[in-house]
Design a protein around this ligand. Structure first.
Ligand SMILES: [Zn+2]
Length: 124
């Protein structure tokens, strides 16, 4: 599996086979934050050091800003004049996308800074 596809599917950066999160997001929305401590396929530690994922909040912040900018542009061109519409829509979108934001900020942070390289030996 190619690295971008493995990243999008939330697979382990070393084997591209095991899941980083315990449950799929569809059907398990309330358990979106439960991660595997080790990869169920290749057994690599998915939290390289204690507190590793605190840095993922910077990726999540970037997602939040992108969501606000995108929603603002879309609302600007639909001629809504009330700022409360902007605020309401942005808050609703941010709450709606919390599971995706949480997961992809951690996945991207793990792929970028986790120090785990893809190894063909561990892939299926
Ligand atoms: Zn793995």
């Amino acid at each position: 599996m190619q690295t971008p596809k493995a990243l999008l599917l939330g697979k382990c950066p070393r084997c591209h086979t095991g899941d980083i999160f315990k449950y799929p997001i569809v059907g398990h929305v309330w358990q979106f934050n439960q991660m595997n401590t080790t990869c169920p396929h290749c057994d690599v530690r998915l939290e390289p050091e204690p507190g590793f994922y605190q840095g993922a909040m910077y990726v999540g912040y970037a997602f939040t800003v992108a969501c606000i900018v995108l929603a603002s542009f879309l609302l600007y061109f639909t001629n809504y004049t009330s700022e409360w519409v902007y605020i309401g829509v942005v808050i609703a979108l941010l709450i709606l996308f919390v599971p995706l934001n949480y997961r992809y900020s951690r996945i991207i942070y793990l792929y970028l800074f986790g120090g785990i390289k893809f190894d063909q030996h561990y892939s299926r």
